[in-house]
Design a protein around this ligand. Structure first.
Ligand code: GLU
Length: 256
């Protein structure tokens, strides 16, 4: 299916964007995500899951690489989350829209009562015409009990809010038959629900501030599709026209 037709028929969409797509040299791409979100908000309900807190804070305090220890990561997340939301607030103000920050932990979503509370808050934000922006509550999450990557968080949020579409924006355009830097790598247009990916070489290495590579994307897509949410995996650079022009992507079909 084409990305435009999938998006046109969706009613409630969760968009996930990763750290490397909106920080550093790609800082300006945050506006592309906001342009898309606000455009879709005219006719659909949209929730954004955004990473980037740690990557935003690192240069502010003079770090050049991702910190190894938990306390530093937590401190950076705390500094960077505020800055990240300011950037979203400024970008959304171009459209007269507001962001609503929602920080979640694994506990929040595994406990039925807190999950219901989170859902209530998200539903209300949507009714108010606000863009909910979710991140993991990194400054209180512990190493053992973390989503760890926001792909997983986005899949769980998409299931919680009963979304019909999750768009995973990434550095890569699609899932490829082998890492896209290797010769002969071909994009996989469709992964049928629970379809076998045998023979596909799925890279799991992290680069810079990103976590997980294609591996976490596929794991998140599997989780979301199992819960009935279809998933588009595509490149952040297509964000400005993903709803109007067809691009290379992978469509993970949901369970029906
Ligand atoms: N929550 C982390 C942050 O905002 C990123 C986790 C991830 O890379 O998915 O920096």
């Amino acid at each position: 299916m084409t990305n435009t037709s999938i998006i046109a028929s969706a009613r409630r969409i969760v968009i996930k964007v990763g750290s490397s797509s909106i920080t550093g040299v790609n800082e300006s791409q945050l506006d592309l995500i906001v342009d898309l979100a606000t455009r879709l908000m005219k006719t659909k309900e949209v929730i954004l899951v955004s990473s980037g807190a740690i990557a935003t804070a690192s240069p502010i305090i003079g770090l050049t690489a991702k910190p190894e220890d938990l306390a530093t990561s937590q401190a950076l997340a705390s500094i960077g989350q505020a800055r990240l939301m300011s950037r979203y607030e400024a970008s959304l103000s171009r459209y007269g829209k507001l962001p609503g920050q929602v920080l979640l932990t694994v506990d929040n979503l595994s406990d039925q009562q807190s999950a219901e509370n989170a859902l209530g808050a998200l539903e209300r934000l949507l009714e108010l015409g606000v863009l909910p922006i979710i991140n993991e509550n990194d400054s209180v999450a512990t190493q053992e009990i973390r989503f760890g990557d926001n792909d997983q968080l986005a899949a769980q949020v998409a299931a919680l809010v009963n979304a019909d579409l999750l768009i995973l924006f990434s550095d890569i355009e699609a899932l490829y038959t082998k890492p896209p830097t290797q010769p002969g790598a071909e994009p996989i247009p469709v992964v049928p629900f629970a379809g076998s990916l045998e023979g596909v070489e799925i890279e799991g290495t992290s680069t810079g501030y990103g976590t997980g590579g294609a591996l976490t994307k596929v794991a998140a897509a599997r989780l979301a599709t199992e819960m009935g949410v279809g998933v588009i995996l595509t490149s952040t650079k297509h964000a400005s026209e993903i709803d109007s022009k067809d691009h290379i992507h992978t469509w993970f079909e949901p369970k029906v």
